[in-house]
Design a protein around this ligand. Structure first.
Ligand SMILES: [Zn+2]
Length: 203
């Protein structure tokens, strides 16, 4: 069918970028505006279409220090245990998240949402264990007790709104909500009312 092929080829010509780029999630679960940092730390979801939870995390490496590449290194198994005393205690971990939002709002994606990232650990939400199976993990660069930045709230709101257009997300929770007693992030510094407001921006 030559005519159809021609039509498809024309449709797939690169589009000129708009000045403010819309954040969309494609069929594999990649965010349109994210910087991709590939990692081997993921696997298949047991039920590929079962994506119903977003888990918000806080992380910084070394803890409380912002702007370095420690998180990217940890999530890609390249953390140098000799670079900082704390790194030596975690360098062997095989962990990841789907997204990291830096202090300036920059969005990094490690794992496509269709795959299972390793962010939640032992966890339960609404009676279901193993939250990694059915959740998307978003790390905010930060700590439990330092306010997250306006740029981070803005980007988190954009990401979650885009995720809701792609998946039937029922809940957005903190890591501390699904692993109470074991995890405290994103901590009291995370302003949940502010985040909830960002899901319904002014028109
Ligand atoms: Zn966490």
């Amino acid at each position: 069918m030559p005519a159809l092929s021609v039509a498809v080829a024309i449709d797939q010509r690169p589009q000129r970028r708009k000045r403010s780029r819309r954040l969309t999630i494609d069929a594999d679960g990649y965010a349109s505006i994210a910087t991709r940092v590939p990692t081997p730390n993921f696997d298949a979801r047991p039920a590929p279409t079962d994506i119903s939870l977003v888990v918000v995390h806080g992380i910084s490496l070394p803890p409380g220090e912002f702007g370095g590449d420690g998180v990217e290194r940890l999530f890609t198994n390249r953390l140098d245990p000799a670079a900082h005393p704390y790194f030596a205690t975690i360098a062997g971990l095989r962990v990841s998240a789907h997204f990291l939002i830096r202090r300036d709002g920059h969005l990094i994606q490690f794992v496509p949402c269709a795959r299972r990232a390793w962010h939640a650990g032992e966890s339960t939400w609404r009676g279901r264990a193993r939250c990694n199976d059915f959740s998307i993990g978003i790390e905010l660069e930060g700590t439990d007790d330092v306010p997250y930045t306006p740029s981070q709230y803005a980007m988190l709101g954009r990401v979650v709104r885009a995720l809701r257009r792609r998946y039937a997300i029922d809940d957005v929770v903190g890591h501390s909500d699904i692993a109470p007693g074991r995890k405290t992030d994103p901590g009291p510094a995370f302003d949940w009312p502010r985040f909830r407001r960002s899901l319904t921006p002014a028109r």
